[in-house]
Ligand binder design. Structure first.
Ligand code: AHR
Length: 312
């Protein structure tokens, strides 16, 4: 018994080498909060690993400063969601050249100098959204696109994917594509003037749920929401809630993948094999499955909810 106990306590206290992993997030929102939570939870499996999260408030200069100081600090590995590709590329190359492994998440840079990427295929998300839009409008209608921050790669890729898919539906017209920086309030502002300019709008594709909600709210204030379907991307908390409540027509899962990010990080640090490109999948969330998704997000289901799920 005594031996066993001793053995157990030694086994349990065996620690991973002490590593400091820094996470540089470009922004702060529910989607990133979820990713950070997943990273921290997964890190619990690796005692001795210390996670530091930095957040750049959508500011390139701030993110560059954060990363410069992490190079000086000689962190063991950097996980980074680059705010805008062009602006952030040089400092990430600097990290890479300093011999610090760097994992890009969600957004990309204009260089091959990174160790691994974990995130969705944003072109594919745009393409799926385009197909959905064409289908939803039965091949004919007027669409407004509200795009994310111009210099961030998901904004570019989602747009391209959507345009590509809509080639198959020539009567679906994208009458305007306007940038709102990924922000809810900004999306409300652009929607305000777009509604004045265009008397007939059938669908708004906002490149994330926050902007979709901002656009919806403005349309509702102007008594136009009833004629417009709003489609977003992300499918965390508010987005799923809005689809379940019928305010948004649909959204697409933009996978946060924090657990995967940590697994790749640890493989790199331990010198184990890992994949350089880790593409996470997406799925449509609409009225039919939003409630199920909400319950899954809460993890704990009551008996009534389980029965409701089973009886669908
Ligand atoms: O980089 C993509 C976007 O960043 C997400 O879809 C958005 O909500 C987040 O702020």
């Amino acid at each position: 018994g005594g031996f066993c106990l001793l053995f157990l306590s030694v086994a349990c206290s065996r620690k991973e080498a002490d590593y400091t992993i820094a996470v540089s997030q470009c922004s702060e929102d529910d989607w990133r909060a979820q990713m950070n939570k997943e990273i921290l939870r997964e890190a619990l499996f690796y005692p001795g690993v210390n996670i530091e999260v930095y957040q750049a408030h959508d500011d390139n200069v701030r993110q560059i400063q954060d990363i410069e100081s992490l190079i000086k600090k000689k962190v063991d590995l950097l996980i980074v969601a680059p705010n805008e590709a062009e602006a952030i590329t040089p400092v990430i190359e600097k990290v890479y050249d300093a011999g610090i492994p760097v994992i890009l998440v969600d957004r990309k840079i204009n260089s091959e100098k990174y160790t691994a990427y974990v995130g969705a295929d944003n072109y594919e998300i745009g393409r799926r959204a385009g197909e959905y839009i064409a289908d939803r409008l039965k091949g004919k209608g007027r669409v407004i696109e509200i795009a994310g921050l111009k210099g961030s790669t998901p904004a570019v890729e989602r747009h391209r994917g959507m345009v590509e898919a809509l080639k198959a539906a020539p009567d679906v017209q994208v009458i305007a594509s306007v940038e709102a920086g990924w922000f809810q309030q900004k999306a409300g502002e652009v929607m305000d003037s777009l509604l004045d300019v265009y008397p007939q709008v059938d669908l708004v594709f906002a490149q994330n749920d926050r902007m979709a909600i901002g656009a919806y709210e403005k349309a509702r204030q102007k008594k136009r929401a009833g004629q417009i379907a709003f489609v977003g991307v992300d499918a965390v908390t508010d987005g799923v809630e809005s689809v379940a409540g019928g305010r948004l027509d649909a959204t697409f899962i933009y996978p946060t993948g924090g657990d995967k990010v940590m697994q790749v990080a640890m493989a790199i640090l331990r010198g184990e094999p890992y994949q350089r490109e880790n593409i996470l999948s997406t799925a449509l969330v609409n009225r039919a499955n939003a409630r199920v998704m909400q319950m899954q997000m809460k993890h704990i289901l009551t008996l009534d909810q389980k029965i409701e799920l089973l009886n669908r």
